[in-house]
Ligand binder design. Structure first.
Ligand code: FAD
Ligand code: NAP
Length: 339
């Protein structure tokens, strides 16, 4: 067996749904050299590779007949500081939320709305993670990735990444790039984004008088803890479907039949519908079939009550998709990466 490869490893601790499938081979990369070595060994043995970080955006529907490469690299640093704009860099395996908290402790603003998102720094560009009106593209300053086809290092600018709503070049080319480290341009002066959901109200409830990035982060953490299931207690991968962006005419037809529809007009004239609202209207909130279910407070989140398989969760997702299509004429796209 190749050095540092383990065989038939349960992936249950490595995915937040807590699905108990196994990896044919498993290894970890603590630095660039270990990542390169794992990819080279896999190529030599003609074994496919699945890269994972925190496993919080994955639906594993079967055993993984591949090498699972777990990114475990650590390190975060200030790269430049002109007194206002500060560029920071973190290794792919750094857990996201502690990295956000570290940036706040340096007095840096920009990542506060993205607090308490599970997963790693290296996976964040995959779907341009976003929450409460901010996406990483808003503070992105570049990343370094390994081209898995040529073995060459490549630096990506903001434009190169083609970020979209829960989308990027990397998501559209699965298996091509191994993201090694990511850079963010943060500021010493706060530019607060408070107009999304209940953020402003929560700050008022908490009696915050002096608005700081840390206070916004704390408010967002408290909202998220109330609304979202903690994967350590109840398996889930966050939002299971993207919010659909539909033509304005379709949104109007839905509004005519359902005046309460939650809809947000987009700059391009289309309309973003809250997928959670559609699913709740269709009666799925709190639904449970065996150990696969729809969360009782947040209908956008599918949950594993214990022993659900990935195939059962995927089956439930497909039933919801078919129902929403039939009722509203809207196609829901799955957000987690299916294996
Ligand atoms: P994984 O699940 O391990 O991997 C996801 C994908 O990225 C896979 O295709 C994998 O192959 C690939 N990948 C991982 N690391 C690398 C790398 N270094 N290089 C190349 N490819 C890689 N998402 C949001 O956008 N906003 C939210 O607010 C949000 N809230 C969440 C709340 C909860 C409770 C949960 C469970 C999830 C939430 N998510 C959210 C989804 C998820 O946390 C993010 O998408 C996160 O960035 C995934 O990181 P990860 O390390 O767990 O990725
Ligand atoms: P929420 O605040 O109840 O809002 C419901 C939906 O409406 C959200 O999905 C959000 O879209 C949209 N929305 C709310 N205010 C908006 C505004 N002012 N302008 C445009 N769109 C608006 O949502 P929630 O489920 O509790 O989540 C809060 C935030 O965390 C959201 O941004 C959500 O995306 C993010 N989140 C993501 C995941 C994930 O796994 N991807 C999991 C949990 C939370 P958007 O989703 O497009 O922002």
């Amino acid at each position: 067996m190749t050095a540092h490869w383990q065989e038939r490893v349960s992936l249950k601790p490595y995915n937040t749904f807590g699905i108990d499938v196994s990896a044919r081979f498993f290894t970890q990369a603590h630095d660039d050299q270990e990542a390169r070595q794992a990819l080279a060994q896999a190529a030599e043995r003609q074994v496919p590779v699945l890269v994972i970080g925190g496993g919080s955006n994955l639906l594993l529907s079967r055993d993984v007949e591949a090498l699972v490469l777990h990114m475990a690299s650590r390190g975060r640093r200030l790269l430049s500081d002109d007194g206002e704009r500060v560029v920071v860099e973190a290794e792919a395996g750094e857990p996201w939320h502690p990295f956000v908290q570290w940036s706040l402790a340096q007095g840096l603003c920009g990542l506060e709305n993205l607090s308490l998102i599970p997963g790693t720094v290296g996976a964040a560009p995959m779907q341009n993670v976003g929450a409460y009106g901010v996406e990483i593209k808003d503070v992105f300053a570049g990343l370094t990735a390994l081209d898995r086809e040529t073995g060459e290092l490549h630096d990506f600018s903001l434009e190169d990444c083609a970020f979209g709503y829960r989308d990027s070049l990397f998501k559209r080319n699965p298996g091509r790039w191994l993201i090694l480290r990511v850079r963010f341009a943060l500021n010493r002066t706060l530019q607060a984004h408070l107009d999304y959901g209940p953020v402003r109200q929560r700050l008022a409830e908490q009696g915050v008088e002096q608005l700081t990035a840390q206070a916004i982060s704390d408010a967002i953490c408290s909202i998220r803890r109330e609304k979202l299931p903690d994967p350590a207690e109840l398996g889930n991968a966050g939002s299971f479907f993207k919010n659909p962006v539909v033509p304005a005419a379709l949104a109007e037809r839905i509004r005519a039949a359902h005046p309460g529809v939650v809809a947000y007009p987009q700059a391009d004239g289309q309309v973003k519908l809250a997928a959670g609202w559609l699913i709740e209207q269709a009666g799925w909130k709190g639904y449970r079939d065996g150990d696969a279910g729809v969360h009782r407070l947040q209908s956008l989140v599918l949950v594993n009550y214990g022993q659900a398989s990935g195939a059962q969760l995927h089956g439930l997702a497909r039933r919801i998709q078919a129902d929403i299509l039939e009722r509203f004429g809207v196609e829901l796209e799955m957000e987690p990466n299916l294996y």
